[in-house]
Design a protein around this ligand. Structure first.
Ligand SMILES: Nc1ncnc2c1ncn2[C@@H]1O[C@H](COP(=O)(O)OP(=O)(O)OP(=O)(O)O)[C@@H](O)[C@H]1O
Ligand SMILES: [Mg+2]
Length: 256
């Protein structure tokens, strides 16, 4: 995959969310829903959490109203972001028990449903910008593609669960697999512990998704140093938010 620039017509209504996918509620994704939802995606260890934090800081410097209503200035992580979601995270990632592919898909969707209704939709309605450390495209890549549940099946479940809330922009950090493997923690979670075959299928899944959903998905090179990757992320996000009028709404927090 190569890095792609946002489409030239990306200010048009429906940009980044306008694909017509089965089961996705009309009127929600891509419509002007007030704020914006930006997801960081990619294989385990690619740098999502690092870049999500750096993006929040960059957005705050540019005066965006970032983060949930009750936790401004924070990244929303998945699964998580609600008490139920944090419980599901513990169940899915840190317990040593069998989890079937469909069970995994449905548990992620359940956590996401709570998050969408309690946190995401209210913040979007208030015009806030949300930075997500994983969102629905993780489920499409991991459970849909890599585990074989099927991208369409997982998309339909998630559309129903979230009220059709797709990200406005989903950035996939791409880097050679050995670089991501070297970055992964020495205490792997349940999914990381499954090894490289799964990670390869996940990377393939993201490639499939980027081809299928080019209006809202974008590859960002993830193998540079943190600042270089952050600059690429900011280039992909800030001009689009600026055109949507979502920057400069709040004091930057920098000394005047
Ligand atoms: N550009 C970079 N260059 C070198 N190391 C990096 C870079 N970005 C992140 N790291 C380091 O790599 C490790 C993994 O990064 P990070 O936790 O951000 O990845 P992640 O995609 O969130 O991982 P996970 O999928 O496990 O949540 C961390 O130790 C982080 O400090
Ligand atoms: Mg992380």
């Amino acid at each position: 995959m190569v890095a792609a620039a946002p489409r030239a017509d990306d200010t048009a209504p429906g940009a980044f969310g306008a694909e017509r996918s089965p089961g996705v509620a009309a009127g929600a994704p891509g419509a002007d829903r007030g704020g914006a939802l930006i997801a960081l995606e990619g294989v385990d260890g690619c740098g999502k959490s690092t870049q999500a934090r750096l993006l929040v800081e960059a957005l705050q410097r540019r005066g965006a109203a970032v983060g949930p209503l009750d936790a401004p200035g924070t990244v929303v992580r998945e699964p998580g972001g609600t008490p139920l979601g944090e419980g599901v995270r513990e169940l899915l990632l840190h317990r040593d028990h069998a989890v079937g592919a469909w069970a995994e898909a449905l548990l992620y969707a359940a956590a996401r449903s709570q998050l969408a209704h309690d946190v995401l939709w209210p913040a979007l309605a208030a015009g806030r910008v949300l930075v997500l450390d994983r969102y629905v495209d993780s489920s499409l890549a991991y459970q849909g593609h890599a585990r074989g549940v099927g991208i369409d099946a997982v998309l339909q479940v998630n559309a129903a669960a979230t009220g059709g809330l797709l990200p406005d922009l989903s950035l996939v950090l791409e880097l050679p697999r050995r670089v991501a493997a070297a970055r992964r923690s020495s205490s792997p979670d349940r999914i990381e512990a499954e090894g490289e075959d799964l990670q390869k299928r996940v990377a393939d899944g993201y490639a499939v998704l980027v081809r299928r959903f080019p209006q809202r998905m974008l590859v960002v090179p993830g193998d540079g140093d943190r600042a270089a990757v952050a600059a690429s992320v900011a280039d992909a996000v800030l001009p689009w938010l600026e055109r949507r009028g979502l920057l400069g709404r709040e004091a930057s927090g920098e000394p005047s």
